[in-house]
Design a protein around this ligand. Structure first.
Ligand SMILES: *Cc1c(COP(=O)(O)O)cnc(C)c1O
Length: 360
């Protein structure tokens, strides 16, 4: 049976990325060795990193003055590296859920942390907006945001104009639509949602912001170390970087982030329309802040006791990973770049069939 992969992360990757990576594991560049057993300093691996960085810059239209580096540790390590490298006195954080809170928690060890806005009282079903819901404190060292809230299915789709550097966790919506990188001080994320298998973290950082804090930064936690050594200070996650390069090539061949945005809008519209016209299902996020990447919905109160049955039914039809996060409940369909619109349609067919059979 065909499987439709709606996993939230690690998640679906383009088939050709998996095939090319598998081939490199068997025989890297017809060299008779596996990608898993070569040195990261091998002369045929350096071009992999260089090309990945170049494609990152090309696809996201990254201006001069920014570095792209690949690290280990996941987005979660960035939660601590960010204040280590940038927080001198005070930092501003927008609280849009679990990941934002984790980022904030780490920063508190380094200085004053101001929670400038929060949607906690509404279980993070919406995203606070600058001007309307909060002002950016001009005396803070940076403003931290989470552009896509993977658990709650909310997303901030516009870049922020800010007097201070904006640092964005884009773990789950990088490369899903065009962004204006010049409006950010740093963009980062774990690769396992839209780019590569788990194990590599991408960081796009504005060089001029580095080297300003007075504290001593341990070598491995200093962004400068990794920039100066081209992500090769120590052994980088070779396999995920190789896979990331294949995804970047795929992205470029597909027409880049503009084309991704078109496809992601089409997929999200299709599913949200089905949810909105259903008598049984209802979306959880406020309409204006709905994520295109993680589409969260539940059953209306009178059908709540059917949620487990629907999961069983959908699973029997090949739907994978549609159970919602426990903090939201219900269902979550993650529709990352690699997910074809046919999978969204298959899920809708499932919903319709189940609704027809169970409507009171
Ligand atoms: C998954 C996720 C994280 C955590 O990433 P790790 O790489 O597992 O540390 C952080 N932020 C967001 C928005 C995520 O979706």
């Amino acid at each position: 049976m065909k499987k439709h992969n709606f996993n939230a992360g690690p998640s679906i990757l383009p088939r050709e990325v998996i095939e090319k990576t598998a081939q490199a594991v068997l025989d890297f560049e017809n060299d008779g060795l596996s990608l898993l057993e070569i040195s990261h300093r091998a002369k045929n691996f350096q071009p992999i990193v260089d090309e990945a960085v170049a494609l990152f810059k090309e696809i996201l239209n990254i201006p001069e003055g920014y570095s792209v580096i690949f690290l280990g540790g996941g987005a979660s390590l960035e939660f601590c590296m960010i204040p280590f490298n940038f927080l001198e006195k005070k930092a501003a954080y927008v609280n849009t859920g679990v990941w934002a809170k984790k980022a904030m928690k780490e920063a508190k060890a380094f200085g004053e942390v101001v929670e400038v806005a929060s949607s906690a009282n509404d279980n993070f079903t919406w995203v606070p907006k600058v001007g309307k819901d909060y002002q950016i404190p001009a005396d803070a060292d940076y403003l931290h945001i989470t552009s896509n809230n993977t658990i709650y299915g909310t997303e901030l789709l516009s870049d922020i104009d800010s007097p201070i550097p904006v640092i964005a966790d884009m773990s789950s919506d990088i490369f899903s639509h065009p962004i204006d990188v010049s409006k950010y001080g740093m963009i980062y994320g774990g690769a396992q949602k839209n780019l590569a298998p788990a194990g590599v973290t991408f960081v796009i950082v504005k060089d001029e912001l580095l080297g300003k804090v007075t504290r001593h930064i341990p070598t491995m936690l200093d962004y400068k170390t990794h920039i100066d050594n081209g992500s090769m200070f120590n052994t980088p996650p070779v396999l995920p970087i190789y896979a990331a390069l294949q995804t970047l090539k795929w992205l470029k061949a597909q027409g880049g982030v503009k084309e991704m945005e078109k496809k992601n809008i089409a997929k999200a519209d299709l599913l949200y329309n089905a949810i909105d016209s259903s008598k049984m299902f209802v979306g959880t996020a406020k309409k204006e802040d709905r994520s295109r990447m993680n589409i969260c919905f539940v059953m209306k109160d009178e059908y709540k006791d059917l949620e487990a049955d629907f999961i069983k039914f959908a699973t029997s039809k090949g739907m994978i990973g549609i159970k919602g996060h426990r903090l939201v409940g219900g269902f979550r369909a993650s529709c990352y770049n690699a997910l074809p619109i046919e999978s969204v349609q298959a899920l809708i067919d499932c919903m319709n069939e189940f609704e027809k059979a169970n409507l009171k």
